[in-house]
Design a binder for this molecule. Sequence first.
Ligand SMILES: Cc1ncc(COP(=O)(O)O)c(C=O)c1O
Length: 375
Amino acid sequence: MSFGPEVSNWKYSLFLENKKNNFNKDNILNILTKKDIDEAYNTISTWNNYFYTPLISLNKLAKKLNIKKIFYKDESKRFNLKSFKALGGAYAVEKITKGKKEIVVSTATAGNHGRSVAWGAQKLGLKCKIFISEHVSEFRAEKMRSFGADVIRVEGNYDNSLKECIKQSKENNWQIVQDVAWQDYKLVPKLTMAGYSVMMKEISEQTKNDKISHVILQAGVGGMAAAMVAGIARYLDNIPKIIIVEPESAACVLESIRAGKIEKISIKKESLMGGMSCDEVSLVPWEILKNSINYCVTVSDNYISKTVKSLANCEFSDDKIIGGECSTPGIVSLAGLCNDSEIKNKIDLNENSNVLIFGCEGDADEELYQKLLNE
Ligand SMILES: Cc1ncc(COP(=O)(O)O)c(C=O)c1O
């Protein structure tokens, strides 16, 4: 009989306090507005098969870590797309194309965003071009093709795929639907973030009777994390402590917080958490995150397969949970923080805490998921 992994031995890699923390609801909702957020919910909640994804209690893990409650938002169930990204790209496609049929949409992606854009385009009968780097699995490429997208593989990393997407889109007059912002390209990334904020609307109702004290948010370019911060400003009465978690090999938010400005990092080795292996925080998220988050933490890839297996084997909760690689860092970092008594004290993690973490994706890459389960 298995008693689960020895989470009491797990460690985080780096921890940093944000000295500039000064959560200001009005400032945050000036960037992603109440109107943006409400429009997204009003639209997405009318889509076929929309329902609240489960908020699962990780009661067994909470007991091991001596935390009151741990809530796990299970995005493996999001519209059969198996990740929260379903809410962003598809919503942006719908908003920017405004019912026109002759538009071709394009994007560059690590996988899940592209799947959302392809799905959104197919729903509206639009053509779609998706650019992927050599690191994106063929399984993920095939999923995007299954939604009718043309998938174009580009040599090199994500940045190369984005450059090629921008170049070909300009030449062919395709409409780029990117989740990353740059100077003069902020509207679409904002729309994707507004789409993601639907998660916090659901959570605010699912936790009506429990005040959330801490929230741990995964970051790649920071879009999801910043959208959740805006959702907290919009929907929650209390402000939890906000902790950003990143792969130790791709800590672009942590390094930017340390520097007090956006820092591009150099990724020596791509993390297995592919969606989070990003070298630069995006502009719009940075404006929200820089003063609203309390702490940053990083984790190693070594705990990914252990966490995937424990979720699947009901070792953290009564329910079997299908959590892919990007669903693991919330759990890993929480265990690591709880195992450091000084930090645990400092950030007020204790038997009265209600911690919210995100299971951002399920087995979106089924082959990798099986490999992690069998490791
Ligand atoms: C699958 C996946 N992609 C991407 C991200 C990161 O999102 P963003 O790039 O908006 O920070 C996450 C966050 O955990 C994720 O789970």
